[in-house]
Ligand binder design. Sequence first.
Ligand SMILES: Nc1nc2c(c(=O)[nH]1)N[C@H]1C(S)=C(S)[C@@H](COP(=O)(O)OP(=O)(O)OC[C@H]3O[C@@H](n4cnc5c(=O)[nH]c(N)nc54)[C@H](O)[C@@H]3O)O[C@H]1N2
Ligand SMILES: Nc1nc2c(c(=O)[nH]1)N[C@H]1C(S)=C(S)[C@@H](COP(=O)(O)OP(=O)(O)OC[C@H]3O[C@@H](n4cnc5c(=O)[nH]c(N)nc54)[C@H](O)[C@@H]3O)O[C@H]1N2
Ligand SMILES: [Mo]
Length: 771
Amino acid sequence: MSADHGRKPEGKHVTDESETVHYSGSAGGWGSMRGMVETFARERPRPAVLDTLRRQNKPGGFMCVSCAWGKPAKPHSFEFCENGAKATLWENTTKRCTPEFFARHTITELKQWRDYDLEQEGRLTHPMRYDPASDRYVECSWDEAFTAIGAELKALDPKSTVFYASGRASLETSYLWALYARMYGHNNLPDSSNMCHETTSVGLKKVIGSPVGTCVLDDFELCDAIFFFGHNTGTNAPRLLHPLQEAVKRGCKIVTFNPIRETGLERFKNPQSPVEMLTPKHTDISSLYLQVKTGGDIAAITGMVKHVLAVEERSWREEKRHILDVDFIAQHTAGFEAVKEHADALSWDEIERESGLARADIEQAADVYIAAPRTIFMYGMGLTQHVHGFENLATLVNFALLKGNIGRDGAGVSPIRGHSNVQGQRTVGISEKPELVPLDKFAEQFGFEPPRDEGMNTVAACEKILSGEVKAFLSLGGNFVRAIPETEKMEAAWTRMRLTVQIATKLNRSHLINGEVAYLLPCLGRSEQDMQVTGAQAVTMEDSLSCIHGSLGNITPASEHLKSEMAIVCGLAKATLPPNPKAKWDDWTADYGIVRDLIEETYPEQFRDFNARVFTPGGFYRGNSARERIWKTESGKADFTVPKTLSAMGVGDAPGRWRLMTLRSNDQFNTTIYGFSDRLRGIEGTRDVVLMNPEDIAAAGLAEGQTVTLASDAEDGETRQVGGLVITPYLLPRGCIGAYYPETNPLMPLWYHDEESKTPAAKGVPVRIIA
Ligand SMILES: Nc1nc2c(c(=O)[nH]1)N[C@H]1C(S)=C(S)[C@@H](COP(=O)(O)OP(=O)(O)OC[C@H]3O[C@@H](n4cnc5c(=O)[nH]c(N)nc54)[C@H](O)[C@@H]3O)O[C@H]1N2
Ligand SMILES: Nc1nc2c(c(=O)[nH]1)N[C@H]1C(S)=C(S)[C@@H](COP(=O)(O)OP(=O)(O)OC[C@H]3O[C@@H](n4cnc5c(=O)[nH]c(N)nc54)[C@H](O)[C@@H]3O)O[C@H]1N2
Ligand SMILES: [Mo]
C-alpha cells in the first residue's frame, strides 16, 4: 500500500480545490476498464457473459444486479459501468461451491474464513441442510427442504418468525414473498431498505407525502443546478455520471457536500467517448466541492437557507424582486414562518462549527442555488445513515421548497437508491407497516384475513432475536448477519433460533451462523435463463426514478439443481400454508405473467397494462403524487420542518471521541468483497485501514502505518472493538475518520439509528482509538 495514497498529506482541512492534491486520475476511463479486466481474470466467467454484457440494461435485455440508477430509453452501446460488469461477472463465475466443498469443511472452520474467500468458492449448486452432528452442510433434495421447512413453520407461531428480503429479488418474487408472509400470519418483513433508504421512505413521506424521489431522467436534461450530498457516485452508481456529465456540459452547476473528495464527483472520463479515453480530456463534475463534517449537513443546509432568506429580504426591499417562489410557498407549503425564524435566529458561528465549513463557502453554494431557475437535490447514505437522518432530509426539503423546486420539470428530490430493486420491493408490499399496504385488497384477491398488527423492521427483528422471541429467520438473498449492527452479540443470539433458511447464489457469513435447523437454498441469478413449464420467464424491477423494467436472463444456469427465487418462494409457501384455491403457487411458478396480472389488480393505477409494458424502452413510469404537487401529508401541504438539532450525530462531541463513517470501497458490493482495490481513493491491497486527517494523526500522538483498535464510544457501557486497523492519512475534516463496512459493523450499537425510520446510523458512529 502506498503511503500517501495519491494524496498529499499536507495536514490541513481544506475546502478549497486549489489547496488539495488528489488522486490524479478520473472516475471511468482506463482505470475502470482495468477493474473489469481484473475481475474477468479472477472469476473466469462463462463465455456467454459477453453477450449478456452487451444486453445489460437495454430494453429486452437483462437489468444489472448492481445499482438502482435509471436505465435510459436510448442506451449507450455499453450501458453498464465497471461495477455493473463486476456484478455480472461475479454472478457468472465458472467456480462452484459444491456438496464436495461442504464435505471437506466444517462450519466452525469456514467461520474463520474472510468474506472474500467464502464468496470466491463460486456459485452454490445444490440445496443443503445443516447437519449439527458433523457440523457440516449436507446435500438434500428440494422436496425434503420444502417439506421440512414447511413442517417447522407450521409448528411455530407465525408472529415469532421473520421473512427478510435483500433488495435484489424481482417485483414478482417480492410480491409473493410478502403475500406468503401475510397468508402465514405476520408482517415481519424487514428489507435491506431498513438499513439504507428507510430514512427516505419515512422522511420524504412525512414531509412531501411521497416515499420516493420525485425526478425522472428527463429532469436531468433541464436542471440548472444539482446539489449533491453524501453519495460516492464513481463507485456506487457510475452510470449516473453520464447524465451528470451531460448536465455539466450544458452549463449546469453541481455543488457537492461530502467529507471525502470522491473522485467521481470531481472528474469523469467517459468510457463511451473515444476522445476522453485517448486524450487527457475529462469532465469536471462539481463546480463547488465542500468537505462538510460528518453529520454536519443539517447545519450546512440551514446555513444556505439562512443566506437565501437574507438575500430575499434584500432583493425585495431594494428591487421589489423575489428570490423565493412566494406563490408556491403560499399555496403549497406549511410551516415556512417557523423555519424562517429558526434560520434567522441561528448564529453563523454555530453553523460554521457544526458544519465544519466557512460561512463564505456556504454562501457561495447558496448563490448557485439563487441563480438557478431549476435545481435537483440528490443524496445517498451520507444523509440517510445518521441518528438525525430525518432532520437531514427534512432540512434538504426546506431548502428545495424555498424556490418551489419540487413538482416541476427540471427540479426535484432524487435519492440515489441502493440495490437494483429495493425501491420496487416496497412498492409491491414488502413492508412491516400494515398502513402502507392495501391489506383489504389482498384479503379480497386471495380470500384470507391478513394480519393487521405492525411487524418487525430490521432493528426490531434484531432486538427480538436478541431477546429470544424470534424463532425462525428466512432470508430472500442478502447477508443479514454481516450487514446489521452489533455483529458479535447478534451472531451469538442467532444460533438460539429454531430455524434459519437462506436463499442465495453464493456462500456468505450469514450462511454459517445457523439455527438448530438450517437450510441453504441455491437460486438462479438474474442473468441466467429462468425456464419454467410455460417457457423462459422475464422478471421486473423498479429503478431509483420509479421506472419499471423487464429483465430476461439468457445464460445457462450455474447448476441444473438451481431453482428460481420465484419457484423457491412458491415451493416454501405451498409446503407451509393450508390449501387455498386462490393461492395458485404452481401456476404462478409456471407463468410469472400471471403474477404481474395480480400485481396490476392490487395496484391498478401504478401497474396499468403491466404485462404489455414490461419491455417499454426506458421502463414505464409508475407516477409520483409529489411530482404532481399533490401532497399526501398530514397537513395536506409540503411541510417545512424546523430541525431539532444542527448535528446529525446521536451523541455529542467529547475529548478522544471520533466520528466514524463506515464506507464502501470501489471493489465491493455491500458485503460482497470483489477485491482489495479502492482505486478511486488510491487505497490498494488492504481494507484494514482507518482514514484520518494528518493533523489529527499528529495531534492524537499516532503515526501513519500504526496499527490501532477502534472501540465504541456510545456511552452505553458496552464493549465493542475492532482491531488490526492501520492508520492511513487522508484528507478528511478534523475529527472525522473513515473505515470499511462490513468489517467495522461490530462497532455499531443496535440502538444507534435514525430516530424516525430506525435506519442504523452507519455514518456517524462514535468511537475511540486505542493505540
Ligand atoms: N459498486 C457498488 N455499487 C453499489 C453498492 C456497493 O456496495 N458497490 N451498494 C449499493 C447500495 S445497497 C447502496 S445503499 C448504495 C450506497 O451508495 P452511497 O450512498 O454512495 O454509500 P457509501 O459508499 O456508504 O458512501 C456514502 C458517501 O457519503 C459520504 N458521507 C459519509 N458521511 C457523510 C455525511 O455526514 N454527510 C455527507 N454529506 N456525506 C457523508 C461518504 O464520504 C461517501 O462518499 O450503492 C449501491 N451501489
Ligand atoms: N456499517 C454499515 N453497514 C451497512 C451499510 C453501511 O453503509 N455501513 N449499508 C447498509 C445497506 S445500504 C444495505 S443495502 C445492507 C445490505 O445488506 P444485504 O442486502 O443483506 O447484503 P448484500 O451484501 O447485498 O448481500 C450479498 C449476498 O446476497 C446473495 N445474492 C447475490 N445475488 C443474489 C440473487 O440474485 N438472489 C439471491 N437470493 N441472493 C443473492 C449472495 O449470497 C451474497 O453473498 O447493508 C447495510 N449495512
Ligand atoms: Mo443499500
